[in-house]
Write a protein that binds this ligand. Sequence first.
Ligand SMILES: Nc1ncnc2c1ncn2[C@@H]1O[C@H](COP(=O)(O)OP(=O)(O)OP(=O)(O)O)[C@@H](O)[C@H]1O
Ligand SMILES: O=P(O)(O)OC[C@H]1O[C@H](OP(=O)(O)OP(=O)(O)O)[C@H](O)[C@@H]1O
Ligand SMILES: [Mg+2]
Length: 407
Amino acid sequence: MSPMMATRVDFTSILLSPSPSSLSSALRVRASPPAAAAARVRSSYLAPRAASATAAVSAKPAAVSPLAADRTVVRIGLPSKGRMSEQTLSLLKSCQLSVRHLNPRQYTADIPQVPNLEVWFQRPKDIVRKLQSGDLDLGIVGFDIVSEYGEGSDDLVVVHDALEFGHCRLSLAVPKEGIFENINTLEELANMPEWTQERPMRVVTGFGYLGEKFLRENGFKHVSFLAGDGALESYPAMGMADIIVDLVSSGTTLRENNLKEIDGGVVLESQATLVACRRSLHKRKGVLEITHEMLERLEAHLTATGELMVTANMRGNSAEEVAERVLSQTSLCGLQGPTISPVYCSRDGQVAVEYYAINVVVPQKSLYKSIQQLRSIGGSGVLVTKLTYIFDEETPRWRNLLSELGL
Ligand SMILES: Nc1ncnc2c1ncn2[C@@H]1O[C@H](COP(=O)(O)OP(=O)(O)OP(=O)(O)O)[C@@H](O)[C@H]1O
Ligand SMILES: O=P(O)(O)OC[C@H]1O[C@H](OP(=O)(O)OP(=O)(O)O)[C@H](O)[C@@H]1O
Ligand SMILES: [Mg+2]
């Protein structure tokens, strides 16, 4: 892919500027393109996405759409492409919120379980922009995109911050060799004598806002940025950039391209989130109710993921005596405690209780330990079942949301 415009910024000037509003005047654009282009370069730095080849609309959200106020149907934006798209649909399906998408070329769909909700398939960054403008009320998108395109805006409210997919981190990476061979921390990178006003450290990233903020806040003085959309790991080897700020998950792409992360170089941890437009939560009829329902289903499903229901029989004299044995084991305490019920059988024509059934919820990862502990206290006939939902009395995130909204 071809590089976007390069913009050179002297952070000394930024740091000296008294307030964010004077940031623009403090920025010194060192590249010297033709006059018309220079204006574009300057604004491309201030609003990096505006210069992206894929972003036709301004990085700033459009003013509140005049039609937005008349809309009675609630809208949710889901990623139309990329790895998040399928995982989003599959998570919703697991929550009994299957999206009915009749035609793959259509950008709208619905969720039959939630009648007043319209689904709009959008690019992740557009979901964030449209949440800010009020053209969408809810959206599922990576926290990286919310942070980059939302720029800390108060218009956005993260309703669920951990949908347990799309885990990655925005991280700074440098070549393993050459002048970076002995550079292993952010401080060492910042203090490299190679970076000067004339020869700043060249950073390629698709995260201009977060990348710039991070480096500025970490004391980097001479830095220039290049905006790129993909295959950023190739830029250092091509001689087009010194370092990259990009998403990392398994670390394979970095390794295969001879790059390494350094201590202190993680800009942001990310995973998929459910985000809402604050104004919609306050003003649009139905948004709060739909948010509540989605949150309940998501929380119940996500809490149940990774938990198993273990049932076993145990010989005993009373439920209390069995409970004592079960509670003596660290891996058998369950959510609130084990459920213990008598198993009735017939002995010489009489109803008798010799065994008790134990039901206990255990984390999947400690299943084997739980089985060993059950056996050690006389458990037998162990059954293990996957859980689909765990509904708590009230979801903590709902309580947090109401308090965030002052309700
Ligand atoms: N390697 C990764 N592993 C896990 N999650 C990732 C990874 N890369 C990105 N993500 C998450 O998935 C989101 C979408 O990334 P993805 O690359 O699928 O879409 P895209 O960047 O919009 O598509 P494209 O790269 O084709 O333009 C990112 O914003 C991030 O939250
Ligand atoms: O640490 P890893 O597991 O190797 O994943 C990291 C890579 O994944 C993303 O790229 P993606 O696959 O989306 O390709 P793209 O650059 O074309 O967007 C990201 O931009 C990294 O290049
Ligand atoms: Mg990608």
